[in-house]
Design a protein around this ligand. Structure first.
Ligand code: ASP
Length: 296
């Protein structure tokens, strides 16, 4: 089985991943590893930049006894004009046990999954989905608050370009949360009713801020320094409108002083940013185990 989208996971598989991740999270703190994927080979193929996702998939593979091998795409034959399909056929011929792919085109992981015999995991495709990020966000919320059901989750910022928002908007409601999407009008998708940031944050239990993805913008935002933060970013004043013990999340990389005040991001009483990264390893261990070993 592949892990391409939140839609491709059953409710049972989601529950298994979250429970298993929780066990691995506890174990990893004591640096305990498993040999469940001993001798397996995981290919990491990232056509877009990554720090967290690439390193945590590799760490997850190693913690399960597998080896992770990264293709440095900019030094590969992709630079010589090889097509995505030909690259996939080439990698398939080496018989890896799983392939993790990030690509700037929506749907690229599906194209590769059609060709690969091994399971393919989507590590982010264009503006479409980033399913393991949503799973790690859900696991982090559950770890910190103890539940997801009944929570109000505000996801704010560049919704239009955010695969993180898209995957979370699918996953969190399946787990019983109310998701509110808000952002500057020019950064909202056309089919999503616009809510102001203040309306979304009011009484929220979780406030998830998103990076302004300037590399995907067709036109400059033209915002003056500090303007985005005061109009749409997470400031102390805005956070005060959320529920009293609301937690703050950000998938990273953060633009400090743009979508989030740096002090809030660093406030351990509020911010789950580091927890999200640590949980990312545990969730990716559970995901690799599910698709490679066929169960957790
Ligand atoms: N790291 C996340 C992603 O790749 C979020 C971001 O880049 O803003 O989708």
């Amino acid at each position: 089985v592949d892990l391409l989208s939140i839609d491709s996971l059953s409710d049972g598989e989601i529950a298994e991943i979250l429970d298993r991740a929780n066990e691995y999270f506890a174990g990893n703190r004591g640096r305990r590893s498993s040999e469940r994927l001993h001798g397996k080979i995981v290919f990491n193929v990232f056509y877009e930049n990554s720090t967290r996702t690439a390193m945590s998939f590799a760490t997850a593979a190693h913690r399960l006894g597998a080896s992770a091998i990264a293709l440095s795409v900019e030094r590969s034959s992709v630079a010589k004009g090889e097509t995505l399909e030909d690259t996939a056929r080439t990698l398939n011929a080496m018989r890896p046990d799983a392939l993790v792919i990030r690509h700037r085109e929506n749907g690229a992981p599906e194209v590769v999954a059609e060709i690969m015999e091994a399971p393919v995991l989507n590590a982010g495709d264009g503006t479409n989905e980033h399913p393991t990020q949503a799973l790690l966000d859900a696991a982090s919320i559950r770890h910190r608050i103890g539940r997801i059901d009944g929570l109000k989750v505000a996801i704010c910022g560049d919704i239009r370009h955010s695969r993180v928002a898209r995957s979370n908007a699918k996953l969190l409601p399946r787990l019983g949360a109310e998701v509110r999407l808000a952002g500057p009008p020019e950064l909202m998708p056309d089919d999503v009713p616009s809510l102001s940031i203040d309306e979304a944050i009011a009484d929220a239990d979780v406030v998830m801020m998103l990076r302004v993805q300037r590399e995907r913008l067709e036109a400059e935002l033209g915002d003056a320094p500090g303007e985005y933060l005061s109009r749409y970013g997470l400031t102390r004043d805005r956070l005060a409108m959320a529920s009293a013990d609301a937690v703050v999340m950000h998938p990273g990389p953060m633009n400090r002083g743009v979508e989030i005040d740096g002090g809030i991001a660093d406030d351990p009483g509020r911010s789950l940013v580091t927890l999200q990264v640590e949980m990312g390893v545990a969730v990716r261990m559970a995901c690799l185990e599910l698709v490679v070993a066929g169960g957790v």
